[in-house]
Ligand binder design. Structure first.
Ligand code: URA
Ligand code: SF4
Length: 279
């Protein structure tokens, strides 16, 4: 008997959730077997026996690495995006995104749904640097797509009057810390070389560090965000501007906080000028 698409989707979701609860992190899809298994309208039981369906490929099990972690390894959204760009910088970023995709340098590799490498135009003179993926980012494979992301987009588009897709956006840590806890110092260190390569390749004129961890990462100063914001730092010939994290702004949604963030982002606009960031 035929079942509706919504019922099929419901059953499939249940099946996938069951596999996930059993530790399966990746599904192999055998399209030939799936096609062979598709019942034809006029097929009789005996006719079906003559077209044996191959067993679908078993889901690959994650193996412990040298460091003892069992990484979740799935396709990378960032890699697909970079392939579509086809510029020199996007070509150079691809092996870095691939290294991140399979990375098992810290324990966050075991609990991620997928890695969140970065998004946007690698030719941009402006890079926005956040802390780590949250729940929404972990599901979508893209940075700043949840509630904080909505505010960040408004800051870029309504405040700075740039297009979000003209900005390159990434995080200090590429995998979600469970329950959105802070990234640990050893996780930040384990992930350091990827961000270093991203910055080297993109070579942005200005980096806007949103939140304490990116602000400290960029400036190397272990002091409060309130002390780091409000000025332009110069690091390796690059301009670094620090401001509050959008999640902090949402929690402290006062005129004072929003004025400070606005003043900070306008420091970047003063350097970069108004108008399209990428032509
Ligand atoms: N917060 C961050 O710092 N980064 C994201 O990508 C999302 C939320
Ligand atoms: Fe690797 Fe960074 Fe993910 Fe840790 S957070 S597993 S270092 S990509």
């Amino acid at each position: 008997m035929a079942i509706s698409r919504s019922e099929l989707a419901r059953q499939l979701r249940g099946h996938v959730e069951l596999l996930a609860s059993g530790g399966v992190r990746e599904l192999g899809i055998n399209t030939k077997a799936a096609m062979a298994a598709k019942p034809k309208k006029d097929s009789t039981p005996s006719a079906r026996k003559t077209t044996p369906a191959k067993r679908p490929a078993a889901a690959p099990k994650s193996k412990p690495t040298q460091a003892g972690f069992k990484p979740v390894i799935v396709p990378s959204v960032a890699l697909q995006e970079l392939k579509a760009f086809d510029s020199k910088k996007s070509n150079e970023l691809q092996p870095v995104a691939e290294a991140v995709r399979v990375c098992a340098n810290c324990k966050l590799c075991e609990t991620r749904t997928q890695t969140v490498f970065g998004t946007g135009d690698p030719r941009s003179p402006l890079m926005v640097l956040g802390e780590a993926p949250g729940g929404d980012e972990d599901v979508k494979g893209l940075p700043f797509v949840g509630r904080s992301g909505k505010l960040l987009t408004d800051i870029i588009e309504k405040g700075m009057k740039y297009k979000r897709e003209h900005v390159y956006i990434a995080n200090v840590v590429k995998c979600r810390p469970p329950h959105n806890r802070n990234p640990e110092p050893e996780e930040i260190e384990a992930c350091r070389s990827y961000l270093e390569r991203q910055i080297e390749i993109i070579n942005p004129k200005v980096i806007l560090a949103v939140g304490l961890f990116p602000a400290q990462w960029m400036t190397g100063k272990k002091i409060a965000i309130g002390k780091l914001r409000g000025e332009v730092h110069e690091v390796n010939g690059r301009k670094i501007i620090c401001t509050y994290h959008p999640a902090y702004v949402l929690r402290n949604y006062t005129v004072e906080t929003r004025k400070k963030v606005h003043a900070d982002v306008m420091l970047a606009v003063d350097i970069l000028g108004s108008g399209p960031l990428v032509s």
